[in-house]
Design a protein around this ligand. Structure first.
Ligand SMILES: [Zn+2]
Length: 217
C-alpha cells in the first residue's frame, strides 16, 4: 500500500492556504497511477488554489516496486548517517530470502528517482550507467574543457536512449543530449561482474561519487 497524509501550508507566492498531500510511501504495484505521476514529475507538487502557482515539494518518500524488486528511498540532501539508519532498520527485520536480491537505493531528488525507475524498468543496471556517464563526460571535456553539467541523467524515448546533460545547452539552446553507447555499457557491465561489484540487499547510493570511488580502486 501507499501511505499518505495531509498537511497544511502557505503558498510562497501569495501566502494563500495550501492543503498538501504528502506521500510517505508509494507502491508501484498496487498504485501504478502514482508511479506515472512520479515519471511525469507531478506527484511531488501542489497547486495553489488562490494564485495558481505550482509549488515543487521535497520530502522523504519510499518508492517500492515489489514485482521488480526495487526499493528506492528519496531523501533530499541525505547524509551518510541516514543511509546507515535505513540499513540498521533493514537488519533488524528478518528479511525473506527473496528480498536479499532487492535493489535498495537512496537518491537525493525526484529526477534521480525517475532515472532509477527508468534504468531498472528497462532491465539495466545503474552501476555501469554511472561509469558510462564518467566516460562520456571525459570524452566531451576533451572537445570542450568548459563543459560542466550540474547533473547527467539517463533517459530514453521513442528515438532511443541518451544522457541529458543538465545545465548544458546544445547549438539550438536545448538541453545537451548524448546518445547512449550500448557497447560501452556492455563492456562496463562485464567489468563490474568480473570485479564482483553487484552485491545487493542493503541501501546504497549509486551515483557519480560512487563511480569516482570505484574508479580509484
Ligand atoms: Zn498562491
Amino acid at each position: 500500500m501507499s501511505i499518505t497524509r495531509n498537511i497544511s501550508g502557505k503558498c510562497p507566492k501569495c501566502s494563500g492556504d495550501l492543503n498538501i498531500k504528502i506521500w510517505d510511501s508509494v507502491n508501484a504495484v498496487y498504485h501504478p497511477e502514482e508511479k506515472e505521476k512520479i515519471m511525469k514529475s507531478e506527484l511531488f507538487k501542489v497547486e495553489c488554489d488562490s494564485c495558481g502557482s505550482e509549488i515543487a515539494l521535497e520530502y522523504p518518500c519510499r518508492y517500492q516496486d515489489t514485482d521488480n524488486h526495487i526499493m528506492i528511498y528519496l531523501i533530499p540532501d541525505f547524509s551518510e548517517d541516514q543511509v546507515n539508519e535505513l540499513n540498521d532498520d533493514l537488519e533488524n527485520i528478518s528479511m525473506p530470502k527473496m528480498m536479499e536480491e532487492n535493489k535498495f537505493r537512496v537518491v537525493g531528488n525526484c529526477d534521480e528517482l525517475i532515472e532509477k525507475i527508468l534504468i531498472f524498468g528497462c532491465d539495466k543496471r545503474d552501476r555501469p550507467i554511472e561509469l558510462c556517464k564518467k566516460k562520456v563526460l571525459k570524452d566531451l571535456k576533451i572537445k570542450d574543457s568548459n563543459i560542466s553539467p550540474v547533473a547527467i541523467l539517463y533517459n530514453h524515448n521513442s528515438e532511443g536512449e541518451y544522457f541529458s546533460f543538465i545545465g548544458c545547452k546544445d547549438e539550438n539552446g536545448e538541453v545537451l543530449k548524448v546518445p547512449f553507447d550500448k557497447e560501452l555499457y556492455k563492456s562496463l557491465d562485464i567489468e563490474l561482474v568480473n570485479r564482483d561489484a553487484y552485491k545487493e540487499g542493503l541501501y546504497m547510493v549509486v551515483d557519480g561519487s560512487w563511480a569516482s570511488t570505484l574508479m580509484k580502486q
